[in-house]
Ligand binder design. Structure first.
Ligand SMILES: [Zn+2]
Length: 123
């Protein structure tokens, strides 16, 4: 599923400022089961020049914070997203998901397994 959904939830839930960016995600296991996601981020100014102008300048990260979102919280987010939008939560209505991102070959996609490429929520 798209990280954007979880990011937006944390952003809204914790009242994070607009310049807050997430820099790291990690699924944490409780025994053999994935139980929550750890998300790290901080406030970050944008690059003023160069080829990456307008992108966050991660070297100047301040006010670093860590958040934990449980898998049940994420399941609830997905459920709510599908009800609100009618879109498949795994591909966010695109009908395809990213399998690999490569600088050389570009981004590779495959047909979304959850909705079988329709992009619609299955209810
Ligand atoms: Zn889908």
């Amino acid at each position: 599923m798209g990280m954007q959904l979880i990011e937006n939830h944390v952003r809204r839930d914790r009242g994070l400022p607009d310049d807050f960016v997430f820099v790291r995600y990690e699924w944490l296991k409780d025994g053999s089961r994935v139980s929550m996601m750890r998300m790290d981020g901080g406030c970050c100014p944008l690059l003023m020049r160069g080829p990456r102008k307008g992108k966050p300048n991660y070297k100047k990260l301040t006010n670093e914070q860590t958040f934990y979102v449980t898998t049940s919280e994420i399941d609830e987010l997905k459920r709510r997203y599908e009800i609100e939008t009618g879109k498949c939560c795994a591909c966010e209505g695109e009908g395809k998901t990213v399998t690999r991102v490569s600088v050389v070959d570009g981004t590779e996609y495959r047909t979304c397994v959850k909705c079988n490429g329709s992009g619609k929520a299955i209810v």
